[in-house]
Design a protein around this ligand. Structure first.
Ligand SMILES: Cc1ncc(COP(=O)(O)O)c(C=O)c1O
Length: 462
């Protein structure tokens, strides 16, 4: 591990906060809120599952950055790989040439993905992967003469990124898309799934079969020959990490096959072991035609993402130059990012981190359930592998939610920090630590969460 901790004097710390507030635009944050004391955290470094800020305060990185850092912080091996690759060359034109790291990474992805995913198209981030997959779907349909298929179906609750195309299929419930409208025409909404413990087949009373019926009707009403693709996350964190049943996913796969609609699995969060399998589709015994991956592909040591396509999709672009996929970006397949991502995947394999996510994730599930029994404000704990969530209500038994006056969106992150944890918090808390976490560290994490929830109950007099 790298020792990244630097002793900074108070003047330097204050200077960073002052200049940060003045010049750095933090994503989606309200500047006025960040001006409040202690709201402005400058992260300086990290080791393993921990990060520390410029004050030297250590936190468990309970959301792996943003579901990103699978292999933990401070891996010298990746720094050395990046350095060696940079020393070889700066860059090569991805519109014309391959590089050795890009070939190696594409080969490794073909090895670790379910059979038949043969081709990777590299880009820089999750939203760009989603954009690329959507355009790939339209052109794939166009190439086979289906020139009217421009519509996309996506699922209510699912998150797919912030660029305008991705935003058009992004239905995360908290997201206000109104300022950006009109978005892409022909983006159709499928119902959210809220299977909870259904397993293979939906239990009586589950709303999912009704959702599938609605989807059948939607496809029929819109006419199948206008629909290019269905995109969704296999298991959606933004929709509460509900685990769909196998029946749900198999029905979606069958509907897409029946109507010539391409199925795109957005594995940007799920992929590379987060849910205890390499890719979340494996839980459901299905294979989408394309998947989008990002985040844990490089554990954040370098920015990179990909659309991974099956032979069925790749075949649709073979033929004349006119039929080749039109797309790309200068830094897609950047050699340093490819080399770093490859070394990261090799660590995931060598240290059996996918198995660890399943095993330690099972232990985390139990600990969170037990914690629920000790705190009346916890209404649910849910998730799979190392992708878990704690949900809270003022009075779960009576179904009473927290109100804006309870100010959970500020209170919970502050209390988490006071108890040594960094995560996203409000009426729910994301619990998704790096895949290297062990049982003792899970205990430490759960203790910190329990202290946070205890302090919240005390502050609100509950
Ligand atoms: C499922 C999913 N798809 C796409 C994206 C967009 O990725 P990015 O933020 O890298 O653009 C995200 C981001 O969190 C995501 O969770």
């Amino acid at each position: 591990m790298l020792d990244s901790r630097t002793r900074l004097d108070d003047a330097t710390i204050e200077e960073y906060q002052r200049r940060g507030r003045q010049h750095l635009w933090i994503h989606t944050q309200q500047e006025n809120e960040l001006a409040k004391d202690d709201a402005y955290t400058v992260i300086e470094g990290g080791e393993g599952i921990y990060v520390h800020d410029t004050h030297g305060r250590q936190y468990i990185d309970a959301m792996s950055g943003l579901w990103v850092v699978a292999i933990g912080h401070g891996r010298r091996e990746l720094a050395e790989v990046a350095k060696a690759q940079m020393e070889k060359m700066a860059f090569a034109n991805p519109f014309a040439y391959a590089t050795m790291p890009a070939v190696d990474l594409a080969t490794k992805i073909a090895e670790v993905t379910p059979s038949n995913y043969t081709r990777s198209f590299f880009v820089n981030g999750g939203a760009e992967a989603v954009e690329t997959a959507l355009r790939m779907a339209r052109q794939w349909q166009y190439n086979r003469g289906q020139t009217k298929r421009y519509k996309f179906i996506s699922r209510i609750g699912s998150y797919h990124g912030m660029t305008l195309g991705a935003l058009s299929v992004n239905n995360a419930t908290m997201l206000n898309k109104t300022p950006f409208e009109p978005l892409l025409p022909g983006t159709l909404k499928a119902p959210a799934v809220a299977c909870n413990g259904c397993g293979d087949t939906c239990l009586p009373g589950c709303e999912t079969p009704t959702g599938i019926k609605y989807l059948e009707q939607l496809i029929a009403a819109e006419r199948p020959d206008t629909i290019a693709a269905f995109i969704t996350e296999p298991i959606s964190t933004s929709n509460g990490s509900f685990m769909p049943s196998k029946q749900y996913w198999q029905a979606i796969r069958a509907l897409c096959d029946q109507h010539g609609i391409l199925l795109i699995a957005d594995e940007v969060i799920n992929g590379f072991g987060r849910t205890g399998t390499w890719f979340a589709q494996e839980h459901f015994g299905i294979q989408a035609d394309m998947m989008t991956v990002a985040k844990q592909i490089s554990s954040g040591y370098a920015p990179i993402a990909a659309v991974v396509a099956t032979e069925k999709v790749a075949e649709g672009f073979r033929g004349t130059q006119q039929e080749a996929f039109i797309g790309g970006s200068t830094f897609g397949a950047h050699p340093v990012s490819c080399a770093v991502a490859l070394a990261n995947i090799e660590i995931i394999e060598r240290e059996r981190l996918v198995e660890n996510a399943a095993k330690v994730g099972g232990y985390l599930t139990e600990q969170l359930r037990e914690m629920q029994s000790r705190h009346r404000i916890i209404s649910a704990t849910r998730g799979i592998g190392l992708m878990q969530v704690i949900e809270m209500k003022r009075d779960p038994a009576a179904g009473v939610e927290f109100t804006p006056d309870d100010d959970l969106s500020h209170r919970v992150p502050r209390l988490l920090k006071e108890n040594g944890i960094l995560s996203r918090g409000g009426s729910s808390i994301q619990v998704a630590p790096p895949l290297v976490i062990n049982r003792e560290e899970i205990d430490e994490l759960v203790d910190g969460l329990e202290r946070t929830i205890g302090a919240l109950e005390q502050e609100l007099g509950l």
